[in-house]
Design a binder for this molecule. Structure first.
Ligand code: A2P
Length: 330
């Protein structure tokens, strides 16, 4: 299969190459794509070198599938051109996520919605993906009424510039380029993406709207506070979930353990709980600190951690490609 990775020189694009190789996706030819600036640069993939091309050159090479992670502008401009040439696009930007004509997919949750008509498929926001994977088995069993989520998000979600800012600050280098309006080392920034008129940030609204779309249930109420912390390796989330029906904690643990893509790490006696350090480089979503909210009926607290560049981005994109392949759609 001819696979184009658009944004191959970026953080997520690089992770896509790692995941394609690690999961043995049947790549017969890789087409690394980036901006004009990177044209001709060599990219290593499975021991072979491939030259970076521009998006227009990539269309002419007719890949079977194109994995996009080159920002919303690039997706808006080029995804329709790839699709018009018969190339299936899986897009990691927010450009198409809420378009009612496009599917927004987390394979473990709603992989069944994919059909031959889908030529541009959207990959959800990183924080949303790890949350819905953990919510899905509980919604099926107890029906979720409302979710209150607070996030603790890794700087890798912002890109290379943000990782550089954190590392420069740690090394005492003050005049480097800045990805954030404030220092991130030894700090916490309660703003991810731009503010909306309602006082929420765009990231918070993504978590709310995308959750309803992926779960296929607009009755689930979600409220979110998204926060950047000086961490590399993954996003963490505190979830407070109110259900229609009561639950037994042992059954909750069993349902989460049985969910594909989830690993339960929950052993307080031995200080075992999910942390970004442990999730780093892994494809799964880790769930722990599972306990009853004793202040309200039918309500659960839990802690959810995943590598935002993996399950939150690259891994989910490649799992969508795997699902399309399994259905014979690419
Ligand atoms: P380039 O390295 O040539 O700028 P990150 O979000 O980690 O900064 O990565 C962004 C990715 O998107 C990079 O691979 C970048 O390529 C790519 N990119 C940015 N603008 C374009 C564009 N107009 N066409 C193709 N790729 C682009």
């Amino acid at each position: 299969m001819k696979v184009a990775v658009v944004g191959a020189t970026g953080l997520v694009g690089t992770e896509m190459l790692t995941v394609l190789a690690a999961r043995n996706f049947p790549v017969s030819e890789l087409i690394p794509v980036a901006s004009e600036r990177s044209k001709g640069k060599e990219i290593d993939f499975k021991g072979k070198k491939y030259k970076v091309v521009t998006p227009s050159e990539a269309i002419a090479l007719k890949p079977d599938v194109a994995l996009f992670s080159a920002g919303g502008g690039t997706s808006l401009e080029y995804a329709p051109l790839f699709a018009a040439a018969g190339i299936t696009v899986i897009d990691n930007s927010s450009a198409w996520r809420m378009d009612p004509t496009k599917k927004l997919v987390v394979p473990e949750v709603n992989g069944h919605v994919l059909t031959a008509e889908d030529k541009i498929i959207a990959n959800p926001n990183c924080s949303t993906i790890q949350m819905v994977v953990a919510l899905k088995p509980l919604h099926d069993k107890y029906k979720i009424k409302r979710v209150v989520v607070s996030t603790y998000q890794s700087v890798t979600g912002t890109g290379v510039k943000a990782v550089d800012q954190l590392m420069n600050e740690r090394a005492g280098i003050k005049d480097g380029e800045k990805a954030y309006a404030y220092e991130i080392d030894l700090n916490v920034i309660p703003q991810i993406d731009v503010f909306q008129e309602n006082g929420y940030t765009k990231e918070e609204m993504k978590m709310i709207l995308e959750t309803n779309k992926i779960m296929g249930d607009d009755s689930i109420k979600v409220t979110a506070t998204t926060v950047r912390i000086p961490v590399i390796g993954g996003h963490s989330e505190s979830l407070n979930i109110e259900f229609e029906h009561d639950f037994d904690l042992a059954d909750v643990r069993a349902a989460l353990s049985a969910q594909s893509g989830v690993i339960v790490v929950d052993d307080p006696a031995n200080l075992q709980y999910p942390m970004p350090k442990d999730a780093h480089g892994k494809d799964e979503v880790f769930v722990g600190r599972i306990r009853r909210d004793e202040s309200q009926a039918n309500t659960l607290n839990m802690w959810v951690v995943a590598d935002n560049l993996r399950k939150g981005a690259a891994t989910n994109t490649i799992q969508i490609a795997e699902a399309l392949k399994e259905k014979g759609l690419i």
